[in-house]
Design a protein around this ligand. Sequence first.
Ligand code: CP
Length: 316
Amino acid sequence: MKLFSSVNDVKDVPVLVASALQLKQNPYAHQHLGKNKTLSLVFLNPSLRTRMSTQKAAMNLGMNVIVLNIDKEGWALELRDNVIMNGTTVEHIREAAGVMGEYSDIIGVRSFPGLKDREEDYSETIFNKFVEFCKVPVVSLESATCHPLQSLADLVTIEELKTTARPKVVLTWAPHIKALPQAVPNSFAEWMRRADVDFTIAHPAGYELSTDFTNGAAITHDQDEAIKDADFIYVKNWSAYEPYGSVTGGNEDWMLTNDKLEAVAPNAKVMHCLPVRRDLELSSEILDGPRSIVIHEAGNRVWAAQAVLKQMLEAL
Ligand code: CP
């Protein structure tokens, strides 16, 4: 694998999931693959889980790791072509990414959307410029529109904990005070469509995601109906795709509570990518109770990242 930017870069999803679960059983079996190889993790935005889990995954494979918080520690990057750089930007992405490629065998990039210009965000300008100019394999650490390492970990978690062959999985919108990206729900939807699950998306009217990611999924505005008899409920806020990046306010009753689950989905396991705002996005009683698998899910980020890095190292 030379590029991991979405599920479409994966040749065989079940094989990748199985590899992650094998690595969980035997984390250090492939240390020879990463010997004398360097992974650089480049962050244009904050991270806890992606940073630590990907670093841990690389170390398990014997790699050296460089972490660069380029938003805080690097020179201000110019992303546009054909501009005279007489403003605040100091280094063009062409040179910056090219130089990083000289120091790295694989590069990971995190770059969030601006949520102002849909065309610009959905064309993945920043991520694609890194890919173009660094000239080494690139793994997305969450781009403007996708978070594939998260979704792979989510699918690994579902495969690991499911108690029926074809579980019912529901992605439900949750309230928030900020406009958040669509990357996590976009990716979750497209990975679930490639998995052997019964998949439904529930959100208030106005929060429809791009059909490029949801095509074929059942979609409803009735949360109770959606979560009925669910095996896994994935809670996540996102801002609107149309008008792009907007939030309408209200819909606080979409926060998942134990009362809602006890009524219609008593056996559901509750997932969230984290970070989560307690008692706004998801109730503390769920997070602190037996239905929550959010910590387990975050733990599986290591094995998801390790499975991807392993395939990349094998292709070097
Ligand atoms: N879920 C996730 O990507 O977490 P971080 O933003 O902390 O990396």
